[in-house]
Design a protein around this ligand. Structure first.
Ligand SMILES: NC(=O)c1ccc[n+]([C@@H]2O[C@H](COP(=O)([O-])OP(=O)(O)OC[C@H]3O[C@@H](n4cnc5c(N)ncnc54)[C@H](OP(=O)(O)O)[C@@H]3O)[C@@H](O)[C@H]2O)c1
Length: 286
């Protein structure tokens, strides 16, 4: 039974392979990466490193040859590029005769008004249309998305948000990785949709967890979207990214990430990593 993970040189993909190596022998694990040189350390551990570029369908079909269970880690970039790239991967999986496809999706992808959901909706639909058994790993927000805010707090800034009391299921990226490894290496996951995330929390809750992690009060500054954009700009967020960070605040305010579920802890067999612990790691404090 050969398992393959795409995006294995990315942040999430590398953690997934690490978690897989704790579950199954290296010779059962393959990865598909754009640049095999970046995966040299995995090859040294006995992982089968293959070249696969989501913009090169033939390379993907070769990379997926002989694979029983495939995990497609969503790519980065703009919506239309990602929809096309993911469709290439799904088609290559079908042509290669893959028996199971897991895919890292987004919360409530089919109904969500989150601006990022379209990619995931389209990809879920493409996977379903193949008739291949699937599992959708609908990851809520990584706590690592807040690394800039947490480092700002360490440097003395308040936690700034325009999301009001909107809730997010923040969890450590490594927890999502462990859940993905459990699904890929396990069985009984056919045609399952997992809503993965930690307990729902607002930015005020995030400030409390950060206070606990740092051992000092962390003020929350609630502002409107325009002020949020101004503050992010002065904090060094590049101009092109400002509409995106504001759209994320709007989406959280609208409740698009407030998806409650125990799927993450059920898959990893323990509660999600406490937020204070994850924040300490991001902040570099013990
Ligand atoms: N839930 C959340 O909070 C959240 C946050 C950020 C991102 N995401 C999504 O989750 C995915 C994984 O997150 P991450 O933190 O691991 O992001 P990441 O480190 O940016 O990983 C993205 C991966 O996609 C690969 N990739 C991009 N274009 C490709 C192409 N044309 N062909 C082959 N591979 C390609 C990259 O390959 P290289 O290693 O060669 O660069 C990288 O491994 C992201 O891509 C994004 O879709 C979710």
């Amino acid at each position: 039974m050969k398992l393959l993970v795409t995006g294995a040189t990315g942040h999430l993909g590398s953690l997934i392979v690490k978690a897989l190596l704790e579950r199954v022998p290296a010779e059962r694990i393959a990865v598909s990466v754009r640049d095999p040189q970046k995966a040299a350390a995995l090859a040294e551990q006995g992982v089968d490193v293959r070249r696969g570029d989501f913009d090169d369908p033939a390379s993907l079909e070769q990379a997926f040859a002989g694979v029983d269970r495939l995990l497609i880690v969503s790519t980065d970039g703009d919506t239309q590029t990602r929809i096309r790239q993911h469709a290439n991967a799904v088609e290559a999986a079908r042509n290669a005769g893959v028996g199971f496809i897991a895919y890292t999706s987004a919360p409530n992808a089919q109904e969500s008004e989150l601006f990022l959901a379209e990619v995931h909706r389209e990809t879920e639909n493409a996977i379903r249309a193949t008739g291949i058994p699937y599992a959708f790993l609908r990851n809520n927000w990584y706590i690592e998305n807040e690394a800039g805010a947490i480092q700002g707090i360490v440097a003395g800034a308040p936690l700034v948000t325009s999301a009001e009391n909107g809730k997010v299921g923040w969890a450590a990226r490594s927890d999502y990785a462990e859940a993905a490894a459990a699904v890929l290496a396990g069985d009984r996951h056919d045609n399952k949709v997992y809503e993965l995330g930690g307990p729902l929390r607002s930015y005020a809750d995030l400030a409390s967890a950060t206070s606990e992690a740092l051992g000092r009060e962390v003020p929350v500054q609630q502002v409107d979207d325009d002020a949020y954009a101004d503050i992010m700009k002065s904090a060094g967020v590049p101009e092109f990214a400002l509409p995106i960070v504001v759209a994320i605040q709007q989406a959280i305010r609208a409740g698009t990430l407030a998806v409650e579920s125990n799927d993450l802890e059920n898959l990893i067999g323990r509660p999600a990593t406490p937020l204070t612990q994850a924040i300490k790691e991001i902040a570099g404090v013990q």
